[in-house]
Design a protein around this ligand. Structure first.
Ligand SMILES: Cc1cc2nc3c(=O)[nH]c(=O)nc-3n(C[C@H](O)[C@H](O)[C@H](O)COP(=O)(O)OP(=O)(O)OC[C@H]3O[C@@H](n4cnc5c(N)ncnc54)[C@H](O)[C@@H]3O)c2cc1C
Length: 552
């Protein structure tokens, strides 16, 4: 009989996560029972949608600029899976749950647990959801009641027929990292404002609204001169507002289901959200939220890749045994699990603190921690997500490289995670800025120490010590480099990643001890030991002359 290879399959994505349930049990205590049935339902749905994703693989968004009678319409047709994702996201409150009162300060943990379990099945529909969540938070913090009353009931709706999504239009041709160079001009018009310029990357241009930056005519150059504007992008019939045209959808490496457009704004009506300057500061809440989503989507994608790789290893035989029984293959997968476990706890620490801050129950220490934790979690987990996606594909051998297995998409979609919402370097510099303010360094160190304080198991002593030593090294190095800005900047990525990885290890040690104490098994402890062996301290002084020789 001819041999046919079995495809990897997904089981329940809630039950098949080796750390999510113990994390929720620890943080939510009795409340887990109230949300677990829905998480399990979504776990089953996430696996079921995998078949839909494969069937929908070649459906990509289509932009139709003109109707047959010559009218400009800029219609964007999204994939069938995206339409289903929109319904599911609203119904299960993937944004709304974070704002609802049922779980109080745990609302964000609840919301992001839902996102974690279902997100990887939605073909990056998480992108517009992240921006929607960010827009809601920004409008709440802006204090603009009129706009909040207009948009929040839609952004936070659980009714698919009423729910809106939001775009975030920041990047222009002049720069995404350096938005201070933005060229879009805002002009006063009939008591309101109109925008004139080009927005170079606008994801999910199907959104009903957007928050964007423009420079009121006459304002100074630089980021301070930009103001934050609300744009009603589409009306109730889905028609694009006047003064906005879609130049084209970008042809991208990944996130191919996401319609990412280049837009021309030529008199697009806009509403000032706050003051007529300091827009970058005003949009900061949006970035904090989208970066948190990025971290959760990174770990959600890692879990998806690892579950496929694990299942494949239980089906595929080579050299007389299942791959899962081959010591080297098992060793490879174990290393990936350790990276996942650390990344999961870092992302969800950011989620936990975010929820506590929003509900006004955060300690001073958590408030000081948050500013640094968000960029650290985003940049660290995004890098791990790309590495894990690459390894997960390799773990499936040649099939991993074949498009209609659906596996290559894991890597293509992961590759955007270190780019959008701030690249690794940009967020490393942001981390240094955050550390320079208001006791953030002490808060990061104290948070690690708090999580390590109860660690007693002898098998966790070495990883706990590695986390402490790496953190201390990063802090001492950064303080020592303060007097030499070029040296400090050159080392920023190594410092930020060291902070990220050592926080991961500290959180893992703390969680591992809890799991050992509560009969939750040895997965987290094994992950802590393995992550420590991978190395968490990347701080180093590399020779600036060598850098010049290598790059000039
Ligand atoms: C699929 C996709 C969708 C996107 N969707 C949106 C969207 O909806 N809305 C939106 O506003 N933007 C969006 N973006 C844009 C994205 O946020 C930017 O591309 C990103 O922030 C980087 O900006 P840039 O492209 O201008 O790169 P650049 O700023 O030109 O960066 C190039 C390189 O230089 C490095 N670099 C830059 N400055 C420094 C520095 N000071 N020190 C060291 N290194 C530095 C960066 O790390 C990067 O590696 C999207 C991008 C992609 C790929």
């Amino acid at each position: 009989m001819a041999f046919f290879q079995d495809p990897p399959r997904l089981g329940n994505q809630y039950d098949d996560d080796p750390i999510l349930a113990s994390f929720l049990a620890r943080g939510l205590e009795g409340e887990l029972a109230t949300i677990e049935p829905e998480l399990r339902e979504l776990g089953a749905l996430s696996a079921e949608l995998h078949g839909f994703q494969l069937a929908d693989r070649l459906n990509e968004p289509v932009h139709t600029p003109w109707d047959p009678w010559g009218r400009r319409i800029d219609h964007i047709e999204v994939s069938p899976l995206w339409k289903e994702a929109a319904r599911l996201a609203a119904r299960h409150g993937l944004v709304a749950a974070g704002y609802e009162d049922r779980l109080g300060p745990h609302a964000r943990v609840h919301q992001f647990a839902l996102v974690h379990v279902l997100g990887a099945a939605l073909d990056v529909y998480t992108c517009p959801l992240a921006m929607t969540d960010g827009a809601a938070r920004t409008l709440i913090e802006s204090g603009n009641r009129e706009l909040a009353e207009r948009a929040l009931p839609r952004l936070l709706s659980r009714d698919p027929a009423r729910a809106w999504t939001s775009g975030q239009w920041m990047t222009e041709r002049t720069g995404g990292s350096d938005v201070g160079l933005s060229e879009t001009i805002a002009r006063r018009h009939d008591g309101g404002w109109t925008l004139h310029g080009t927005k170079w990357f606008t994801s999910a241009t199907t959104a009903e609204m957007a928050l964007t930056l423009g420079r009121p005519d006459g304002n100074p150059d630089g980021s301070r001169g930009l103001a934050l504007f609300y744009v009603q992008v589409r009306d109730d019939q889905g028609r694009l507002a006047p003064g906005i045209s879609v130049n084209r959808l970008k042809d991208k490496l990944g996130t191919r289901k996401v319609p990412t457009a280049e837009l021309t704004l030529d008199g697009a009506p806009a509403i000032l959200v706050g003051g007529a300057s300091d827009g970058v500061r005003a949009i900061t809440p949006m970035l904090s939220i989208t970066r948190t989503w990025n971290a959760v989507c990174s770990v959600s994608g890692m879990r998806r890749g690892l579950n496929l790789a694990r299942d494949y290893a239980r089906r595929r035989r080579a050299f007389g045994a299942l791959l899962t029984d081959k010591p080297l293959h098992a060793d490879t997968l174990a290393g990936l699990e350790a990276e996942y476990a650390g990344a999961f706890l870092l992302a969800f620490r950011a989620v936990t603190v975010l929820g506590r801050l929003e509900r006004g129950v955060a300690t001073d220490h958590e408030a000081r921690l948050m500013r640094a934790l968000t960029p650290i979690a985003k940049l660290t987990t995004a890098k791990q997500a790309v590495a894990i996606a690459s390894e997960a594909i390799e773990s499936c051998g040649g099939a991993g490289y074949v498009e209609d297995t659906g596996l290559p998409q894991l890597l293509r979609d992961a590759q955007v995670l270190p780019i959008w919402e701030g690249t690794t370097n940009v967020l490393s510099l942001d981390t240094l800025r955050a550390l320079g303010k208001g006791g953030a360094v002490e808060a990061v160190v104290a948070d690690a120490r708090d999580h390590l304080a109860g660690v007693r198991d002898a098998g966790l002593a070495a990883p706990a010590q590695a986390a402490r030593a790496a953190l201390d090294h990063a802090v001492v190095w950064a303080q020592g480099a303060m007097s030499d800005p070029a040296r400090l900047e050159a080392g920023a990525r190594r410092v930020a990643l060291t902070l990220g990885r050592s926080l991961e290890l500290a959180y893992l040690c703390g969680h591992a001890q809890w799991c050992l104490d509560h009969g939750r098994g040895g997965y987290a402890a094994a992950a802590a030991r393995r992550l420590a062996r991978h190395g968490v301290d990347l701080v180093d002084d590399l020779d600036a002359a060598d850098t010049r020789a290598l790059t000039s």
